[in-house]
Design a protein around this ligand. Structure first.
Ligand SMILES: [Zn+2]
Length: 290
């Protein structure tokens, strides 16, 4: 079978694949800290070299920030783009780590084997699964599995300032029929997930102007508007008692959750209490499923 041989190849070469991931994890590509700029470039270059060795035409494209890894290869009717990121979160506070964050190690835990290192689960581990899948396919079939673009940024952990300008500037090159994001996780433990939606982010900035100077509470307290009170009222009014967003127009383009999807989610038996309990919480927020 076309796929079985590839899966066997992946299993047989797991130790080497793990070594390659460990090499990538050793590079401290912290994008938020300028002190690690050269390390970010080094991570990008290492990925470019690896992708080139698989037959991709790969480059580290410069941006005002950290480079983008862009690699094209293979042939096929449909163009598939894989997105991931090679940068990682900062590691402070260091004393809370039980080992150096850029000295990766496979550890046995009550939940099974884990790779302990910064970036192992976000996102170097995931992005390497794509690259290793391509490597195994190529070893078995002699070609890449389709018309592929691998697109890895180095600024995801610092709000991706170069991403949208880069996408716009390279629109033709990066337009594809299907984009896969590998910056996601398992549903739980060993339960895999196919993530079909991701939450976005909305920002707003408010300026509250109040009295022109510091006021004495005995003279103006209760009479003058207090900016902190106004701010807390603003925040409190963002949601109603049921957790519904109260910003006018917020739900205009939001489709109602289809019953079939709601049913599928309920069948997963997500344990709110345990999920929140892991972080010391017991009272859930947000909109609860009906
Ligand atoms: Zn990520």
């Amino acid at each position: 079978m076309t796929l079985d041989a590839v899966l066997s190849r992946i299993d047989e070469t797991l130790p080497q694949a793990l070594d390659r991931l460990m090499d990538l994890l050793r590079i401290p590509s912290i994008s938020t800290d300028p002190a690690y700029k050269a390390d970010c470039a080094r991570a990008a270059d290492a990925l470019v070299a690896d992708l080139a060795s698989l037959g991709f035409s790969a480059r580290a494209a410069q941006t005002p920030g950290h480079p983008m890894v862009v690699a094209h290869g293979g042939e096929g009717r449909r163009h598939i783009l894989f997105y991931g990121h090679y940068d990682v979160q900062p590691v402070d506070p260091l004393e809370l780590w039980d080992r150096p964050p850029f000295d990766p190690e496979v550890q046995d835990t009550p939940k099974g084997k884990v790779i302990r290192a910064r970036g192992s689960s976000d996102d170097k581990g995931q992005l390497m699964t794509f690259i290793e899948a391509c490597r195994a396919w190529k070893a078995v079939h002699g070609t890449l599995p389709g018309k592929l673009t691998i697109f890895l940024e180095g600024e995801e952990e610092s709000s991706s300032p170069s991403l949208i300008p880069f996408l716009k500037a390279h629109k033709d090159e990066l337009s594809c029929d299907l984009a896969l994001i590998c910056d996601t996780g398992l549903f739980e433990g060993a339960v895999p997930a196919i993530t079909t939606m991701l939450r976005g982010m909305a920002k707003a900035e408010f300026t509250i102007r109040a009295a022109s100077r510091d006021l004495h509470s005995g003279m103006y307290g209760g009479l003058a508007q207090n900016p902190l009170h106004l701010m807390s009222r603003l925040l409190a009014n963002l949601h109603d008692e049921q957790g519904r967003v109260q910003v006018p127009g917020f739900y205009d383009d939001v489709d109602e959750l289809p019953d079939t999807l709601r049913q599928q989610w309920q069948n997963l038996s997500f344990d709110h209490a345990r999920y929140l309990g892991d972080v010391g919480l017991s009272v859930p927020a947000g909109r609860l499923p009906k």
